[in-house]
Design a protein around this ligand. Sequence first.
Ligand code: BDR
Ligand code: CA
Length: 315
Amino acid sequence: RYKVIFDTDPGVDDAMALCFLTRRQEFDLLGVTTVHGNLDIDTVTRNALWLAERLGLDVPVGKGAATPLVRPAGAGVPHVHGPGGLGDLMPPAQLARAVDPRPAWQVIVDLVRAHPHEVTLIAIGPLTNLALALRHDPAIAGLVAGVSLMGGAFGTHGHGGNVSPVAEANILSDPEAADLVMTAPWKVTVLGLDVTQQVVMDAAYLDRLAERGGPDGAFLRAVSRFYQGFHERSRGLAGIFAHDSLAVIQVLAPHLFTLRHGPVRVVCGGLADGQTIQKPAGLPGPPAPAWDDAPSRAVAVDVDVGGVLALYAET
Ligand code: BDR
Ligand code: CA
């Protein structure tokens, strides 16, 4: 089984990814950590606690960073994910679960050290917690099995950014943290918009989840309705991008993805703030330490869309 830590800013697609993960026996979920992003840290942490309750999880939920590493907190995106971050759904005032006393980075460090070389970090929000964990304990880079993250946009298939012409939301929410994570000596697989915007769950697909998926299906349909409205208004899309679920599915079914290898850096500042760039293989030219010293990353550039949609629906 894959031991995983789920780092998240729920978030509609985060909730859908967590629901998928918890219903697959192949995963052994060790902990959930929250991070600023889609909404402020208190809101997304309440959402995570409520999701843990609804999905019947018995793992620590660590509250994470309220702000990016070096920048002030962003404003959040309630117009994308709904006023409380979970579409039209709202957690009740009283929650059955409480946060772990440790900060998220500490939860990550402790779990990785308790299971050396076994833990995969699934990161589907801004990368602040992972960067903080590395900062506090750099040796964990050599102790994780790998990182599977949703973030970035590499310009393949004509997909630019979703929050600037070149930047994707998770990366632009903390570019300094993202560059640390991309250049640390651990194994990283990157699921960016190049693949996540290929996988559209359309209205009929979401309706079918509700019809055939029992209580989980009903929940997935309800949580995704507001998000669908955003995609319709902003993109003319009669459905939603699957985004965060792909970081989970990649761990379970890597054969559904085509990967491109090479160092990845993140632009920090200026017009291209938050852009992710992968160095092409065999690029001629003088030595460039910023690239040559950075480890190779696996960037997903293609995806078996039908395979992903079938796996999610079947689960
Ligand atoms: C990413 O941004 C967030 O709004 C989503 O939850 C996803 O993680 C997509 O760019
Ligand atoms: Ca997310």
